[in-house]
Design a protein around this ligand. Structure first.
Ligand SMILES: *Cc1c(COP(=O)(O)O)cnc(C)c1O
Length: 343
């Protein structure tokens, strides 16, 4: 890896971050007259902990990392944007990603006016480090990988992910939004070995909290420190921090949701394979399945007319004729199959 100083934009490296009242005083006190808060309407009157230490300690224990290796964001969208803003000089630096993949990396690149180089996956929706890194140059700061990948559902080849991390001189951002549904292990234990690795996870999928907006980035303490400098000081509200603590306390329930969804996924896949309108069900390691059909647009419209929404991926590269179906409750999945049997 290049030195972090070489990867981070000079203005960010030299930035003196905003210092909030709450970060200047962290001790115990009974009278708080430092932050121009209103003394009434407890507990919502107080600014939240800007670095969310209580939540991070709980997540750290759960994930086997140090609290200082965690950044919490407003969904995964925030760490995606922060990484780009920290590392990529607009109109100058570039990033590389596999395609098809999650759409947010490209949107965040476009917002920041950073060139986004896409490398097509093979027929098995997989990649090689050699192919991916062949489009890198000395202005390439970040490589985006997503495993299990969205919308394809498969996990990427682990050896090639490792090769990418080992051979690339910049940051490798590995999005593990669906890791709890995967039969493959997370890369979190590898963080110690790889100073250029950033792993993204989220409360939106297995943790069933998409409406709460809470994403996690895991990386070296040095990388997290850079991101902390540029995030909004109070980016995670007190309400969200409270919800996170409660959800972490319901870990057993999360495990049982995941178990049910995995059973339901196998049933859904088996049922889809019997339908005449389905040409192929792609292997999945996530809580959704990509299927190739005889008529994606027609199936999409028909299901909408029956009150069922799926995702039409017909216009995505390599996904012509495909729809993406999220695994729902047993009743929801049965309704879907019943409707699709009429096609
Ligand atoms: C759903 C999803 C996320 C989650 O995004 P949030 O902003 O945390 O809700 C992240 N990455 C991928 C690939 C996803 O599909």
């Amino acid at each position: 890896m290049l030195s972090l100083k070489k990867l981070v934009r000079p203005n960010i490296w030299n930035l003196k971050p905003y210092s909030s009242a709450r970060s200047e005083f962290m001790g115990e006190a009974s009278v708080f007259l430092d932050a121009n808060e209103n003394p009434y309407n407890e507990p919502h009157n107080r600014y939240p902990d800007p670095l969310q230490w209580e939540v991070k300690h709980k997540i750290a224990k759960l994930k086997g990392v140090q609290p200082r290796q965690i950044l919490l964001g407003n969904g995964s969208d925030e760490p995606i944007d922060l990484l780009i803003r920290a590392m990529c000089e607009p109109a100058q630096d570039n990033m590389i990603a596999i395609t098809p993949t999650y759409g947010m990396y490209k949107v965040a690149a476009d917002v920041n006016n950073v060139e986004y180089r896409e490398v097509l996956l093979d027929e098995g929706f997989d990649f090689t480090a050699e192919n991916l890194l062949s489009v890198a140059n000395d202005k390439t700061k970040i490589v985006w990988l997503c495993s299990p990948n969205n919308p394809t559902g498969n996990s990427l080849n682990r050896k090639e992910i490792v090769r990418t991390i080992e051979q690339f001189q910049g940051i490798v951002a590995l999005d593990e939004a669906y890791i709890d549904f995967s039969s493959h292990p997370s890369f979190l234990p590898e963080l110690k070995k790889y100073p250029n690795l950033v792993v993204l996870q989220t409360f939106s999928k297995a943790w069933a909290s998409a409406g709460v907006r809470l994403g996690m980035a895991f990386a070296s303490e040095e990388i997290i420190n850079v991101l902390n400098k540029i995030k909004y000081p109070y980016n995670i509200s007190a309400l969200v921090q409270k919800h996170a603590l409660q959800t972490i306390g319901r870990g057993g329930e999360v495990k049982s949701w995941v178990k049910t969804l995995l059973t339901e996924r196998e049933k859904l896949v088996a049922n889809l394979q019997t339908l005449p309108c389905i040409l192929h069900v792609y292997p999945t390691d996530a809580n959704f399945v990509l299927v190739s059909t005889t008529d994606a647009n027609g199936i999409y419209k028909y299901l909408i007319s029956r009150g069922i929404v799926i995702r039409n991926r017909n216009n995505i590269t390599l996904c012509e004729g495909c729809i993406r179906i999220t695994v729902g409750t047993p009743q929801e999945n049965e309704m879907l199959i019943n409707e699709m049997q009429k096609l």
